[in-house]
Ligand binder design. Structure first.
Ligand code: 6GU
Length: 298
């Protein structure tokens, strides 16, 4: 997967050299380039923001540097792409990429977008913003299937909307939020999203089985984990986990996942309810959770 990140704080992305993402990059599974937005400014102060039209507090990021950055990193398509695609439905956006753009003057730090050959899937622009669609495991799964992601990190009160509207004429665009709180800017959000996405790429995680059982993989939270010693500070590992009875262990883990989800995330349980069997419902009822199963006959 090819990833370009555009930011006014490239230093935020130092951690991408570390741990499993760093290893995936070194192994060639992941090609990440970080670009300083100010590369595409032309005034002495390298200005990236200005006051908002219509008034109000804060500053908005000017469109010109963003336009030049996206021109440099994503070749203009020969045919217009499908447009804005916030739900990642992915319908009808097979635009073929045209010949490469000329690099703007002063774009020395930019990586050429050489991988975007004719016929390749277009890059997807991902813009982190608290006004975006909610980032979930399902969205991470979809984004992990993309060939090329371009992240545009906004600061201040965000990026001039025309940058996104113009980009949407040539590539799919997703405005994405991590949750219902406000960050200073998109940089940390991109680190979060990249970690969720890249660990799903083939070869990045050593043990693909650990992807199957983890929290959110099946719409339930994961059961608690334990390791040696069997007794620590007077606390014992649950006997069942030391029984060697794999069917009992699997059943215990599912029960724990159900009960945890019912207590901590009733919203998730409500969505998973169609997949619960009678045994699941009995376990929940035994713990005092009354779960209404939808009546399929209605
Ligand atoms: Cl993705 N960006 C910013 N700036 N703030 C956020 C967010 C993203 N998600 C939640 N708050």
């Amino acid at each position: 997967m090819r990833v370009d990140i555009i930011t006014i704080f490239p230093e935020y992305f130092g951690p991408l050299d570390l741990s499993l993402i760093g290893r995936a990059r070194a192994a060639g599974l992941l090609d990440i380039a970080v670009h300083d937005l100010r590369t595409w400014t032309h005034d002495v102060h390298r200005t990236v923001d200005d006051t908002p039209y219509g008034g109000g507090p804060g500053m908005v990021m000017r469109p010109e540097p963003w336009g030049e950055a996206l021109d440099a990193l994503v070749p203009a398509p020969a045919v217009a792409a499908g447009g804005s695609d916030p739900d990642l439905a992915g319908a009808g956006e097979a635009a073929s990429a045209g010949a490469g753009n000329a690099e703007p003057a002063g774009a020395g730090g930019a990586e050429p977008a050489g991988a975007d050959g004719a016929g390749a899937a277009p890059a997807r622009l991902v813009v982190p913003t608290p006004a975006g669609e909610r980032f979930t495991q399902a969205m991470a799964n979809r984004l992990a299937g993309e060939r090329h992601l371009v992240f545009a990190c906004g600061r201040y009160e965000g990026i001039d909307q025309r940058v996104l509207d113009h980009a949407a004429t040539r590539m799919p665009v997703s405005e994405v939020s991590l949750g219902d709180y406000v960050l200073f800017g998109g940089e940390v959000a991109v680190l979060v999203m990249l970690e969720a996405i890249t660990r799903l790429l083939p070869g990045v995680l050593g043990n693909a089985e650990s992807l199957a059982d983890e929290s959110h993989a099946h719409g339930l939270l994961e059961a608690p984990g334990y390791t040696k010693p069997a007794r620590w500070r007077g606390l014992d590992v649950p006997d069942v986990l030391r029984s060697g009875d794999h069917a009992r262990i699997a059943r215990w883990r599912r029960d724990q996942a159900l009960l945890r989800t019912a207590r901590r995330r009733p919203d998730l349980l409500a969505r998973a309810v169609a997949e619960l069997d009678d045994r699941d419902l009995a376990v929940l009822a035994g713990a005092g959770f009354r779960i209404e199963q939808p009546d399929m006959a209605k």
